[in-house]
Design a protein around this ligand. Structure first.
Ligand SMILES: [Zn+2]
Ligand SMILES: [Zn+2]
Length: 459
């Protein structure tokens, strides 16, 4: 699976896929390969064979055999293997896959120009993929194949299939194979033993890497094996206190904060700068009038805040809504204020962005952030609720929603940019970036326009 690109900065070793295959692919019919090799009993896959024999056969047929039949070229297994670091066993490497697919792509393009039988070849390729998808599902629950060595092979087969489907669909978008559902990773819950072996194996790998169960569920529901393997390699720089052992597959509680002990943080730990505040009564009045309070941040000479009322639905007011993780210290349960260093940081982050929108002034920018725009204090409970009700509208009407998350802001921008610089054939990488950057249906309206920082809004 090491053809899946590695995010820059990732030091995680890719999953080891053991080499068990011994049968060479013979090009005498893909679907009948199991018959010719004695793996069919009473018209069905012979499940009485040992797990080792079944896993080796799966790899011969659904991995090496599939690459050979798909590309119409013999595959030398030796080209796909390397010795484990300990030197004691052989592992599968798919590093050459994109080169092979690139040659395949050129051959098919030539064929399209020269041969009337082109369409038959394409139809055969499409049928091959469908056969291989169905065949791979037959191994999903086989008893004995839940061992991690075998599950890693099954996962490599699924990842290969997603890659080949992508290669086919990129070349032939007009007759593409729509198997989106197959490519997604089945998800029920961690403890569900009814998951296919490769999916359960991947979930466990993510858990071992410290991923939150809620995040795993979100990405597995939305992304395919290939994309999740890419995401799994991103080194997540979460704060040390974020431990996900008490999270469920629907709720992350690692960032929950207690109002009584909460401390607003400065940009640097030893900073003692004063807070910049807005008048809570002014925010209250604006919300009671049915309007939305926005805050104008200007940078000269120092950070300065000014509350600006905005009519609901007024599209001429362009602003950026900030969404932040309270545990990062950008909240304030005591007053509508933030340390001046934090205001300056927000201004520095956002002021260069205004060229994106054109209409903002050059020295100030309008924002909405809960810490400054939702009134703080017990006596304002009713108006607080009113403000919280407005939040969906606030995000939906924003020009951009910027997610500030300390585990992501350090990481994402350079990664996305480096992906977009990639040239073909690795431009498959860009495809994936675009793919997982797209907001899911539940977020449409909330993340109206995603910026680089908000792209990774999976958390
Ligand atoms: Zn969590
Ligand atoms: Zn400070």
């Amino acid at each position: 699976m090491n053809h899946v690109p590695k995010p820059p900065g990732s030091h995680l070793a890719p999953t080891e896929v053991p080499l068990l295959a011994t049968l060479e692919y013979d090009f005498r019919g893909y679907a009948s390969f199991p018959y010719r090799n004695g793996f069919i009993k009473d018209g069905k896959l012979d499940e009485d064979r040992s797990p080792d024999a079944l896993a080796a056969f799966m790899q011969s047929w659904l991995y090496f055999g599939l690459i050979a039949e798909f590309t119409m070229q013999p595959v030398k297994i030796g080209d796909f293997t390397f010795t484990s670091p300990s030197g004691s066993y052989n592992l599968v490497s798919s590093k050459r896959l994109f080169d092979i697919l690139s040659e395949w792509n050129c051959r098919l393009r030539r064929l399209r120009l020269l041969s009337p039988s082109w369409r038959e070849t394409v139809t055969a390729t499409k049928n091959l993929l469908i056969t291989a998808i169905r065949a791979s599902c037959k191994f999903d629950y086989l008893a004995g194949l839940d061992d991690s060595r075998y599950a890693a092979i099954a996962l490599s087969v699924k990842t290969l299939l997603v890659t080949l489907i992508w290669a086919y669909n990129t070349l032939l978008p007009d007759i593409k194979l729509d198997v989106h559902e197959f490519c997604l990773i089945p998800w029920h819950s961690f403890h569900d033993l009814t998951l296919p072996h490769p999916a359960r194996y991947l979930h466990q790998e993510l858990r071992n890497l410290g991923w939150c169960p809620a995040l795993i569920q979100r990405i597995c529901r939305r992304y395919n094996y290939y994309a999740v393997i890419f995401l799994a390699q991103i080194p997540r720089k979460e704060p040390r206190y974020a431990i996900h052992t008490r999270c469920s597959s629907t709720d992350c509680v690692a960032f929950n904060v207690s109002e009584s002990t909460y401390e607003t943080r400065h940009v640097h730990e030893n900073c003692r700068c004063k807070a910049a505040s807005v008048l809570t009564e002014k925010i209250v009045k604006i919300i009671e009038d049915g309007q939305i309070p926005l805050v104008n941040i200007s940078r000269s000479p120092g950070p300065h805040l000014e509350v600006v009322p905005t009519k609901q639905g007024d599209s001429s007011r362009r602003y950026i809504a900030l969404s932040h993780v309270w545990a990062d210290g950008l909240g304030n349960p005591k007053e509508n204020a933030l340390p001046r260093c934090q205001i300056a940081r927000i201004a520095d982050l956002l002021l260069p962005k205004q060229t994106l929108f054109g209409k903002f002034g050059t020295k100030s920018i309008l924002i909405w952030v809960d810490t400054l725009c939702i009134p703080v204090g017990d006596k304002f409970t009713a108006v607080r609720l009113q403000a919280i009700d407005q939040m969906a509208l606030v995000y939906a009407s924003a020009d951009e929603v910027l997610v500030l998350d300390s585990s992501l802001t350090q990481l994402y921008r350079p990664q996305i940019e480096s992906f977009e610089r990639n040239d073909p054939p690795a431009n498959g990488q860009k495809y994936w970036v675009e793919y997982y950057a797209r907001p899911g249906p539940d977020e449409v309206g909330l993340y109206k326009r995603q910026s680089f920082l908000s792209m990774y809004s999976l958390h």
